[in-house]
Ligand binder design. Structure first.
Ligand code: KIV
Length: 308
């Protein structure tokens, strides 16, 4: 096995995720979003199973009001950044709106952009009507995760970001969608903003793991958005979010302290500054000759460290 085979073999794979039904004795799956290399490193070091490069990128990183604004090129750019962290976790690339709605050919080509950027699988939103696209992706050897319930790319069609499946008919339709996704070949399904009883019914009815967000405790795994979990934003806080840190508050406080130190002259201090070697300072006296450029370069040398 060469180094590349070894690193591929160590990654969390689609078949491994598919096998993680809690009812069959699997541990609950842990998924978190990340959008860049440091995020990928942190999530991987924390031991998550799947890093979702979600199209929430549009809202939490790029400042848009919904997820409809992000393109497949932007998703590939951020997927590549996460993949460069070389996480053990699966990198799951989210297919943005309009990247899988037009034709199966376009769907496969767009998914390939995410796979070439470093994703091990892709996720797309929608139920039975996405079956032809999912089959085409699976035929092209691209593992697919489904996503039903509140599908944010349908925000206009749904009339807002609302809990789905609250009535019996709607709950039955969600179950039928989940089964259609399984028949089409998905290896896991994200359930977003559905009542816990509906999530339980779907989880018990499908052979692939369900991964919930606002779908209660009966799923085979959970996913949270990076900025919600770490408290990087306080504008919007749905009740299903548990905030494990308050990094926005800490970041504002840290930058305030930095600004105060700059303004008071406390930063940088002597230990945070570079100093001339002994004897050289005198050559910089007001009356000293200006040194030749070669002499300046010599202070640093070819392999100068920034921490001498
Ligand atoms: O884009 C995203 O972050 C998602 C999660 C909310 C599941 O799809």
């Amino acid at each position: 096995m060469d180094a590349q085979e070894a690193s591929v073999a160590e990654n969390v794979t689609a078949p491994q995720v598919r096998a993680r039904k809690v009812a069959a004795g699997g541990d609950p799956l842990v998924m978190v979003t990340a959008y860049d290399a440091p995020g990928g490193l942190i999530a991987d070091e924390a031991g998550v199973d799947i890093i979702l490069v979600g199209d929430t990128l549009a809202m939490v990183v790029l400042g848009y009001e919904d997820t409809l604004q992000v393109t497949v090129e932007e998703m590939a750019h951020h997927t590549a950044a996460v993949a460069r962290a070389r996480p053990r976790a699966m990198v799951l690339g989210d297919m943005p709106w309009m990247s899988y709605h037009v034709s199966t050919e376009e769907t496969v080509r767009n998914a390939a952009k995410l796979i070439r950027a470093g994703a091990g699988a892709v996720k797309l939103e929608g139920g039975a009507k996405r079956a032809p696209m999912i089959r085409a992706l699976v035929d092209a050897e691209i593992p697919v995760v489904g996503h039903i319930g509140l599908t944010p790319q349908s925000v206009h069609a749904l009339g807002g970001f609302k809990v789905q499946g609250k009535q019996a008919d709607a709950a039955r339709a969600l179950l039928a969608d989940a089964q259609a996704l399984v028949e089409a070949g998905v290896f896991a399904i994200v359930l977003e903003a559905v009542p816990d009883e509906v999530a339980r019914m779907i989880t018990e009815s499908v052979p692939v793991p369900t991964i919930g967000i606002g779908a209660g405790p009966h799923c085979d795994g959970q996913v949270l958005v990076w900025h919600d979990l770490l408290g990087f934003q306080d504008r919007l806080r749905p009740k299903f979010v548990r905030t494990y840190a308050h990094l926005k508050t800490e970041a504002v406080e840290a930058i305030r302290r930095y600004a105060a130190d700059v303004r008071s002259g406390d930063f940088p201090n002597a230990a945070e500054s570079y100093h001339l070697p002994d004897g050289v300072a005198e050559t910089f006296g007001r009356d000293a000759a200006v040194p030749e450029p070669e002499a300046t370069l010599a202070f640093y040398g070819d392999d100068a460290s920034l921490n001498p």
